[in-house]
Ligand binder design. Sequence first.
Ligand SMILES: [Fe+2]
Length: 135
Amino acid sequence: MALINWNDSLSVDVKEIDLQHRKLIDMINELNDAMKTGKGKDVLRTIVNGLISYTATHFKKEEQYFEKFGYPDTANHKKEHVGFVKKVTDFKDGFEKGNLPLSVEVMNFLSDWLKNHIKGTDKKYSKFFNEKGLK
Ligand SMILES: [Fe+2]
């Protein structure tokens, strides 16, 4: 069963960014399934690496638009991105050292963070981007 399901309450009213968010959700669900079905370390590592790399791509895209359009909340928003990358990198390091297995708590953290970030922080840029013609 999917850990997070996409629905309209997660839309930020920018097509390209919605698609990226959907992909992140798919990747978190894939990681959750792999963990729950007891997939090996190599499989989990591949998915985690993919998630880290796609997260970086996605954050960069948002931040490029902040810069391009002079988004007023850029500093605060970027700080949240940095915090998340740090947290996920810590999970990954722990996982590699074998002292912190990927757990239900980790998966809940990832899915809750993404949902809350989209609904709370990302949605703040919808109107601003739409007014700049980004939809
Ligand atoms: Fe964001």
